[in-house]
Design a protein around this ligand. Sequence first.
Ligand SMILES: Nc1ncnc2c1ncn2[C@@H]1O[C@H](COP(=O)(O)OP(=O)(O)OP(=O)(O)O)[C@@H](O)[C@H]1O
Ligand SMILES: [Mg+2]
Length: 234
Amino acid sequence: MVVRLDQVGLRYGPSGEDEVLRGISLAVPQGGFRWLQGPSGAGKSSLLRLLYLEARPSRGRLSVLNTDIPIAETRLGRGMLARLRRRIGVVFQDFRLLPHLTAFENVALPLRIAGRPEGQVRADVQEILAWVGLGRRRDAHPQELSGGEQQRIAIARAVVHRPALLLADEPTGNLDDAQAERLMQLLREMNRLGTTVIVATHNAALVRRHPGPGLFLDGGRLVGDEADGYHEPE
Ligand SMILES: Nc1ncnc2c1ncn2[C@@H]1O[C@H](COP(=O)(O)OP(=O)(O)OP(=O)(O)O)[C@@H](O)[C@H]1O
Ligand SMILES: [Mg+2]
């Protein structure tokens, strides 16, 4: 399983505070797709944060990319953390582009971290920038880009290195309908090629147009898992 949680809880800050995720158990196999849904504050971004290893469980068992992730008190080797993260692509809800880098340099980062040769970096970044319709904005800095343009750069950065696991947090929040459809084409194609994809969204129309199994959170609990008894397409 690419993602497995068994009775996982998460609390921010010192122990004693309320858990924002409680007793979550779920599994997503390689090549799986899941919509992650639930009201604002339900814990969607927090769950994605666990999967990106930015937050650690306060209880339960978590495994990501077939690697057991110890709970908060236990140290996780830096090498292991870096190795796992290199195989994960994330579209953050707040984009998190680096302000001093151009659009091109932001998107190139995962390839540079992976040590790809410069010629391949240029070709791959140009290709994905063209795909998201921003080939001509490659030299712009994030603050010179609109919200939707920044979001598309964040998407390009998340997919350019063909991650094994793609986590997208409200990736259409700033996109128009045509761009959102184009993003879905990209996600489905990556999913078809074997990437495991988890997309948190409030966009009910998008989910209706692209049916797929949903994980439903409410108040930090998993209240629905449509993948129960569902067989992933081969
Ligand atoms: N860094 C933090 N420290 C303390 N509490 C936090 C932190 N981040 C989130 N929370 C709390 O955790 C709960 C879940 O937040 P989370 O961001 O995961 O929700 P969400 O489902 O992604 O909501 P939205 O749809 O608005 O993005 C909320 O009650 C929030 O206030
Ligand atoms: Mg969120």
